[in-house]
Design a protein around this ligand. Structure first.
Ligand code: CTP
Length: 408
């Protein structure tokens, strides 16, 4: 449980701050909401007070003996400003202290996350971009806005990411600090596969596996937060796309192969976190297999699926990094890491993210712990944490290995 200040500035997306507040309190955090006067035109103080269980003021003239404009910032362990309007970003970049929220930003020494939301023109304006660069240079996290429907008929970059995405990313900063969401993947293209493939037996049945896709979702979300352009090839998972991520839905291993080969050529990083079925039924019945009928099966013949990771490695673009995943158990032939090293060598990828599934860990769980093995012999342990925290740990191991961009 942490002490979070939720700053809310005056944009229509302020209504989503109520959902974000809910997500924080449900995760056990103690939240103090500090709206601007503009935010209170959109959402009443009573809503924030009821949901946070804490008093809400926007100006520096209330609770004067408490010295609120200093204490709130000093006591915070994380400040999240969502939505952050163009005006709020400008005032924060200029170091103004003309209301309680900006005063709080000046007195907080903890990590700060700004979550911008505004019209596309305002976001793209050089003044705003300069302010964002200034805030990032000073160590704040400024998330890229989501692309989509804005107020009125407009659409484009400027939407507030969904509260669940913001809460997941805030948990990363709480545990690992603001560097975990640095802007170091800007200009990079990342392709992630996630989920589990489904191999049809007949029109209603398939052979599948228990991969939830959550680790792949988190990898895509954290890469987008770090500025990358992200494609998520999603096998058999129907969860909402993380903000800033383009989802390509697939079913079978063969469909996943086609999608990955189409998306990979101009990617800087390819991550194969999907659980790809090694086998598929040799035939797919055109009609439902029925018991007692002439089509009732007595066994299922299987054929091998292609190894997508191996093919991606074979066809890799120059300078491209390829990351594989392996779920391993130790046995008489070797421990988890020995099997994983052998797999890394066999598959030829640059990095292998290893899950120890000996005790039935990982599948469907919300936390995870991995080791990232490098083809150069390195081993980086990413300790037990939420899947977004683990994703940030994996990106921290991957990012330093990226080839320098052509122009830089
Ligand atoms: N993979 C793949 N295509 C397959 C099977 C696996 O691209 N047909 C990828 C997975 O996405 C993962 C990596 O290969 O990144 C390792 O998967 P795993 O199933 O552990 O590898 P296998 O070669 O099938 O090894 P094992 O014999 O241990 O199952």
């Amino acid at each position: 449980m942490s002490r979070i200040v939720l700053g809310v500035s005056g944009g229509v997306a302020a209504y989503k701050a109520a959902h974000l507040l809910r997500a924080f309190t449900e995760a056990g955090h103690d939240v103090r909401v500090v709206p601007t006067a503009g935010a209170l035109h959109f959402v009443g103080a009573a809503t924030f007070e009821a949901l946070s269980g804490n008093p809400v003021t926007a100006d520096v003239w209330s609770d004067v003996p408490e010295v609120a404009h200093v204490r709130i910032g000093q006591n915070a362990e994380l400040v999240v400003v969502a939505p952050a309007t163009a005006d709020l970003l400008a005032r924060a970049a200029a170091g103004r202290a003309d209301d309680l929220l900006t005063a709080t930003l000046l007195t907080a020494s903890c990590p700060v996350i700004f979550v911008p939301a505004m019209h596309t023109e305002m976001w793209l304006h050089p003044a705003t971009q300069d302010n964002v660069a200034t805030l990032r240079r000073r160590g704040a996290v400024v998330l890229p806005p989501a692309v989509g429907r804005l107020t009125g008929p407009d659409s484009g970059p400027g939407r507030l990411p969904e509260p669940a995405d913001i809460a997941a990313l805030a948990s990363v900063v709480l545990t690992q600090g603001p560097a975990a969401l640095g802007h170091d993947l800007a200009g990079r293209r990342v392709v992630v596969s996630a989920g589990g493939t489904r191999e049809p037996l007949d029109p209603v049945r398939y052979l599948g596996n228990r991969s939830s896709g959550r680790q792949g979702w988190a990898l895509a979300r954290v890469a987008a937060a770090r500025g990358a352009e992200v494609v998520l090839v999603a096998a058999g998972v129907d969860a909402p796309a993380p903000f800033g991520v383009r989802v390509v839905p697939v079913g079978t291993a063969e469909e996943l192969r086609t999608a990955m080969l189409a998306e990979a050529p101009d990617a800087d990083v390819v991550v194969m976190s999907a659980a790809v079925a090694d086998f598929r039924p040799a035939t797919e019945a055109a009609t439902k297999l029925k018991k007692g009928s002439s089509t009732e099966p007595t066994s299922v013949a299987l054929v091998r699926n292609p190894d997508v990771l191996e093919e991606l490695v074979r066809k890799r673009a120059p300078g491209q990094l390829i990351v594989g995943f392996a779920a391993e158990t130790g046995d008489a032939d070797g421990d988890v890491l020995a099997h994983a090293r052998a797999k890394l060598a066999r598959k030829g990828c640059d990095l292998l993210v290893v899950n120890d599934v000996s005790a039935g860990q990982v599948f469907g769980r919300s936390d995870n712990a991995v080791v990232v093995l490098g083809a150069d012999g390195t081993a980086t342990e990413v300790p037990l944490g939420g899947k977004d925290a683990v994703a940030a740990g994996i990106w921290a191991a991957v990012t330093p290995r990226l080839a320098a961009p052509p122009n830089g």
